[in-house]
Design a protein around this ligand. Structure first.
Ligand code: URA
Length: 251
């Protein structure tokens, strides 16, 4: 983390405004440093300085920590930094997009919880297959699940397009054509392919949790908000391993 930061950059971070609008806001007396109005846009702030804009207050150290957001991804956008054909997730972040990356991927037609961060270490800790962080999905599908679907998922099904079976996944039936599936690997089209192995086709897929972090129900599709430090920790909460983590139905 840099040990000092220009006021206009800090105000842009805190307010979500562009640098140009932040400079205007500062000149109009809208920013306070250490409780005093500061109009010098180029003033350098130290990590311990407190900044206040529009009633929001925080220290510069908090502001400069790597940003991490929860995004409620709508269908129709891609988890790529750039794409010539489709809208991207980062397009929703506008001026804030610089330096941000998606943590793992959701298919273009999948919706729901996506974490977007500039923290490379956090990205790796959550997305790396080795970390085996559980990801929970709600799927709507056509077809009928076999009666032993939960046991087959728990043991690990193998798709014809894959050279090895999937690791155990937890299936919970929510209705005739809806189920929740928790997977730990993050392989290509993993959820859709597991359902295919069970003779069903997913028609709607929504991620509802990563590790111990659930999608905020107050966040509409296309909206994002910063994660609190506590929420960032929940992201790397692992799935308990071993038979004790399986329900009676799955054993
Ligand atoms: N599994 C899928 O099939 N698609 C996704 O987007 C995520 C997991």
């Amino acid at each position: 983390m840099p040990d000092s930061c220009r006021l206009d950059r800090a105000v842009a971070r805190l307010s979500g405004l562009s640098r140009a609008l932040s400079r205007r806001l500062i000149k109009e007396g809208g920013a306070m440093v250490g409780g005093e109005v500061e109009r010098n846009v180029a003033r350098r702030l130290a990590p311990a300085d407190t900044l206040e804009v529009d009633g929001n207050t925080c220290t510069v150290a908090e502001l400069l920590a790597p940003r991490t957001y929860m995004f409620n991804k709508p269908a129709g956008c891609v988890c790529a930094d750039r794409d010539g054909d489709h809208p991207t997730v980062l397009g929703y972040f506008g001026d804030l997009a610089e330096g941000l990356h998606c943590v793992g991927r959701l298919d273009i037609d999948a919706r729901g919880l996506l974490v977007v961060t500039e923290d490379g270490a956090l990205n790796h800790a959550v997305a790396s297959p080795r970390a085996a962080i559980p990801k929970a999905y709600e799927a709507v599908f056509t077809g009928t699940l076999p009666s032993d679907a939960a046991q087959r998922c728990a043991r690990g099904v193998r798709h014809h397009g894959e050279d090895r079976p999937y690791q155990g996944a937890r299936l919970e039936v929510l209705g005739d054509n809806a189920a929740r599936l928790v997977v730990c690997e993050g392989r290509f089209h993993e959820v859709k392919r597991i359902f295919e192995c069970l003779g069903c086709e997913v028609t709607d897929l929504r991620r509802v949790a990563i590790g111990g972090l659930a999608l905020d129900p107050a966040l509409a599709e296309g909206e994002f908000r910063p994660l609190s430090p506590g929420e960032r920790e929940l992201l790397t909460q692992p799935w308990p391993r071993g038979p004790e983590s399986l329900s009676d139905k799955e054993r």
